[in-house]
Design a protein around this ligand. Sequence first.
Ligand code: TXA
Ligand code: MG
Length: 354
Amino acid sequence: MERMKRGEKMNYKQTRMWDVDNWDGKEPSPPEIEEAGLCISRGEAVAFPTETVYGLGADARSDAAVEQIFAAKGRPGDNPLIVHIGERSQWQHLTSSVPDMAEQLADAFWPGPLTLIVPKNNAVSEKVTAGLSTVAVRMPEHPVARALINKAGVPVAAPSANRSGRPSPTKAEHVTYDLDGKIAGIVKGGGAGYGLESTVVDCTGEKAVVLRPGGITREQLTRVLGEENVAESAGLPQEEAPKAPGMKYRHYAPSSPLVLVEGSMHEAVKEAQREGKTVGIMAVDEHHADLQKYADVFIALGSKDELSDIAARLYDNLRLADQSRVDVIFCETFPKKGIGEAVMNRLEKAASAS
Ligand code: TXA
Ligand code: MG
C-alpha cells in the first residue's frame, strides 16, 4: 500500500492490508485476524468483510475510537452506527431490555443480515447512538467478521466502509479506493454475499418497523412475527425526524444522473440522444443483445431470474457506472418483492440523489 508522501497531511495513516481470502472459516483463525483484532481493541479503526458489505469497525465503548470512524468516512455525527457482536450473549451488555420481538427475530435470523433497534444502556458510547436512547445491534454471519469481533473482545461499531455518499463497498478494493490512508487497516476476506446492507428493524414499538429493507426480506420477517406485528412501512411524515437518521442523507450521488426507466428503454435513450447526450444503460443480461447497440456504455446487471445476484453486484455496478462519465445513465426497474424491495430502495435513493 502507498507510503506516506511528502507534504501529506499529518493525519495520513499507513493502511495495512491483511489478506485472509484463503481462510475457510473452519481452521483456527489466522494471525492476521488476531493482529487486526488487536488493532480494534487498541482503539483503531479497521475495515472488514461481512456477509452484506464491508464495515469499518472500532470499539463501540470508546468515544475516541468511534470518532475515527466518523472522521475517516466524513460521516455526519448525528447519524448513528450499528454495533456488531460476535456472540448472542454480548447484547445483554449493550441494552437495558430486549423486547420479545427482538428475541424472536434474533432466534430466526442471527447470525445474519438483520439489525435490531433496541433500548440502549450506558456501556455504548453516545457517539455511536448519536444521542438516541436506542442502539442498533447486529450479529454478522461472515466467519471473518465474527472471528475479528471475538479477537477484538469488544462490541464493534461499524458503518459501511465507504466515504460518506459513495456506494457501500462489496470488495476490499472499494475500501482501498475510498479510505486508503485514513484507517489503520483492511481485512480482505471473501466476497460480501448479499451485497446490500442489512435490514434494519425498529423493535422498540408495538409493531416491528422496517427502517431499511435489506438481506432479510419483509416476507421473512412476517413469517416469524405474523403479518399483524409488522408495520406496513415507517410511515413517517416528511417533516418529522426520520427514525433511521441515515435515511435523511444523500446516500449515493452518482457523478452522472441516474434515471430509472419503467417504460420503454428505447424511447428514453432516443430522447436523450436527440438532446446530444451520451448514454449509459444498466439492464439485465437478457436485454444486453437488444439494448447494447443504443448505448455508449452498457452495464449488465445479471440475469433477471437471479435477483439476489443482481443485489450482490449492484454496488460494484454503480461504481462502474460512476466511472463511465456519460451524461445520463438509464436503469431498469425490478418488482419490489423479496430482495427486490432492497434493490429498488437503493436504486431509488441513487436516482433521487442525482
Ligand atoms: O449491513 C450492514 O448493516 C452494514 C454492515 C457493515 O454491517 N452496516 C451499515 O451501517 O450499513 P450504516 O452505518 O451504513 O447504516 C446504518 C443505518 C443508518 O441508516 C443509521 O441511521 C441506522 O442504521 N441506525 C443506526 N442506529 C440507529 C438507531 N439507534 N435508531 C435508528 N436507526 C439507526
Ligand atoms: Mg452506509
